[in-house]
Design a binder for this molecule. Structure first.
Ligand code: DGL
Length: 269
């Protein structure tokens, strides 16, 4: 049995590394909709049927015991549709607003995410349910997910752009400064060292990967030992087809063999 991890690109790999720690020995099927990347500016009406159709095709082919939607932009819109349509358990990814509000000493927290995520009702609800005692600033970034893709594939990234994308997160108000930035997109932890270097002052950068892996473990439990000779390789299914040599190298570094599976893709909207 396997676990399916889904994202628009390579962002879900930040969740995969924690899943390997919490659930060793499970086969991972990684599904990256790189043909649809970036999700941040897609309209909901087009993206929901596209993702449902991708899950239909992959769940039928690989029958995973659990799926992780390792993408905030997708999770904040599609989880109810996936849970209605399929029988397996789903774990979603949402910005870690609740822990951030607990840890903030200054009372100023920023959430850095895609433009899609910051508009979702689910994010507004997380703020009104958990963040009464702090001030939350939502910062929508149009370029950081792509910078993370470039960075992880060995390209030089535009440091100026990175600095200007994170700048609105840093707020000074009433003698206080932002002390927590919530990384509300699974791509961003790959850039955290670069972000640290460009930050006007030190902050804590919070991401939910470990909590998501623990939730998956709670739902399906530790796996009984299997004979390693019977174990199947972990694979990556990328909707754009055969990955470039750089992407294949990156996926290989995460222990994923590229697998060819032609997807029927719903049109972009
Ligand atoms: N990794 C995705 C997320 O967590 C989004 C990246 C994108 O497609 O824009 O929101």
């Amino acid at each position: 049995m396997s676990i399916l991890i889904f994202d628009s690109g390579i962002g879900g790999l930040t969740i995969l590394r924690e899943v390997r720690v919490a659930l060793p020995g499970r086969r991972i099927v990684y599904l990256g909709d790189d043909a649809g990347f970036p999700y941040g500016e897609w309209q909901e009406e087009a993206l929901v049927p596209r993702i449902v159709s991708l899950f239909e095709q992959s769940l039928e082919a690989y029958t995973p015991e659990l799926a992780i939607v390792a993408c905030n932009t997708a999770s904040t819109m599609i989880l109810p549709a996936l849970r209605d349509r399929f029988d397996i358990p789903f774990v979603g990814t949402v910005p870690a607003i609740k822990p951030a509000t607990t840890y903030s000493a200054s009372g100023l927290v920023s959430v850095l995410a895609t433009p899609g995520t910051i508009q979702r009702r689910m994010v507004q609800e997380l703020i009104s349910d958990h963040a009464n005692m702090v001030k939350v600033k939502l910062v929508g970034s149009t370029g950081l997910a792509r910078l993370a893709e470039e960075h992880m594939q060995g390209l030089q990234i535009d440091q100026q752009k990175l600095a200007s994308e994170i700048a609105p997160c840093f707020v000074e108000e009433g003698g206080q400064r932002t002390d927590i930035v919530v990384l509300g997109c699974t791509h961003y932890p790959f850039l955290v060292h670069e972000m640290r270097k460009r930050a006007p002052w030190p902050v804590d950068w919070i991401e939910p990967a470990e909590a998501i892996a623990r939730r998956a473990l709670d739902l399906i439990g530790p796996k009984p030992p299997v004979d390693p000779r019977e174990a199947l390789s972990d694979i990556a299914l990328m909707t754009a087809g055969s990955p470039s040599p750089q992407l294949a190298r990156l996926l290989g570094g995460f222990g994923l063999l590229p697998a060819d599976r032609p997807f029927k893709l719903e049109k972009s909207g």
